[in-house]
Write a protein that binds this ligand. Sequence first.
Ligand SMILES: NC(=O)C1=CN([C@@H]2O[C@H](COP(=O)(O)OP(=O)(O)OC[C@H]3O[C@@H](n4cnc5c(N)ncnc54)[C@H](OP(=O)(O)O)[C@@H]3O)[C@@H](O)[C@H]2O)C=CC1
Ligand SMILES: O=C(O)CCC(=O)C(=O)O
Length: 480
Amino acid sequence: MAATLELSHWIGGRRQGDDRPAESLNPSDTRDVVARTPDGTAEDVDAAVSAARAAFPAWSEASPEVRSDVLDKAGSLLMARAQEVGRLLSREEGKTLPEGIGETMRAARILKYFAGEALRLHGQNLASTRPGVEVQTYRQAVGVYGLITPWNFPIAIPAWKAAPALAFGNTVVLKPAGHTPATAEALVAILHEAGLPDGVLNMVIGRGRVGQAMVDHPDVDGISFTGSQKVGAGVAAGAVARQARVQLEMGGKNPLVVLNDADLERAVTIALDGAFFSTGQRCTASSRLIVEEGIHDTFVAALAERVKALRVGDALDKDTQVGPAVSEDQRETSYRYIEIAAKEGGSIAAGGERPQLEKPGWYVQPTLVTETRASMRINNEEVFGPVASVIRVKDYEEALHTANGVEFGLSAGIATTSLKHARDFQRRAKAGMVMVNLPTAGVDYHVPFGGIKSSSYGPREQGFAAAEFFTQVKTAYSWS
Ligand SMILES: NC(=O)C1=CN([C@@H]2O[C@H](COP(=O)(O)OP(=O)(O)OC[C@H]3O[C@@H](n4cnc5c(N)ncnc54)[C@H](OP(=O)(O)O)[C@@H]3O)[C@@H](O)[C@H]2O)C=CC1
Ligand SMILES: O=C(O)CCC(=O)C(=O)O
């Protein structure tokens, strides 16, 4: 069994906190303690915010080249260690090793992308309505950002929040998810190794109260949060009450529409990927498969066969296609929804049972529930596990109506060979991201990411859009 890591907070450029009452466990084998960690308090948050505030003037006024170089170097270091960090990620979170290494590479590329963006931050020059007057806009750093991140992308999400914050001259306090502190710590350590000055990036490890203390802290200028809708709502309320900036990325109940004219093989493959890979623990997962009746039976039969063939197992085994759920809670949520769906009239076409594996882990058998109705709970509430449901519809209009008929609006996909329907779906799907003949999950790192309705709140994350949240605009007038 690999060694247990002894982690500490990062405050003011140093590791601090050697009382470690909390543990993160390997979900593939719960006998394996991945890390022992402190359980941070409001005092730790206060110390981290003070360090971030003290570091802000020098960092925000440094040449953008300095910030760019640090991010670029950190990206290179992370790429060089992608195997090692990816293995740690898979051991701690439970996604398969190729998924863990892939996510680590994605984080490295995000760091490099924002190294470039640091140099591209720009404003505008406008003609004034008054002759002889010039108007310019600038984007400037805001101050101290609190980042609250989830466990399902334990390195990519901290990277895509921290990299733009740092690139544009802000300083940061990161609170990683309680289930995955070790992976986040690897990122923070690499950024320091790359030359990040003390106090620019701080990390306080601990449970939800650490996040709450950041939301309530009067010297935190903005909060970026990814996680559940329930916690997100409280984060927004707390931040808005004291006029802090806030950005939330929350759940999804993402539809994949499959039309009669779809390429069957492609439709099945994208449904399998979108619904079950990464153990279905993606806010972009294709959890509702909305299938036109002419292709319904063939599609369901072909997909059920592929779902049954998925190999569930230890995330680090080379044959594993679906790793465990991150925690006992997440495993039980999946089985609870399978039971609810069956009680409400759904039929289990694949999975449903508990896998019998030797290792004590939080495994879930990938499950396909068919014959469901749009009104059922399985089609309205986020499960966040390898569970997908099928809704049969009579035509495209009913499919679109069903796809749009939930409170979420993150990602939506369609499998079709009809240009007309593809373009119409792109226009009319009520979602922040629309995919044609592609899985709803698995997005690029250099373009905006986010949803509408209850899925997201505030400015978009990632790509060029990240400057909106992590800078403030100043308008300058001059006459000469
Ligand atoms: N949109 C997405 O990508 C994600 C969605 N989810 C959804 O959320 C469900 C539950 O997952 P869970 O991990 O419990 O998600 P949470 O929303 O509880 O956790 C997300 C982050 O918020 C922190 N947090 C918890 N309570 C507070 C609080 N009161 N104030 C500030 N921060 C807080 C968590 O800390 P800690 O981990 O220490 O509790 C974690 O860092 C999942 O089943 C899924 O439906 C989950 C993860 C990602
Ligand atoms: O689908 C993706 O690539 C990103 C998903 C994501 O951000 C999430 O699940 O939190």
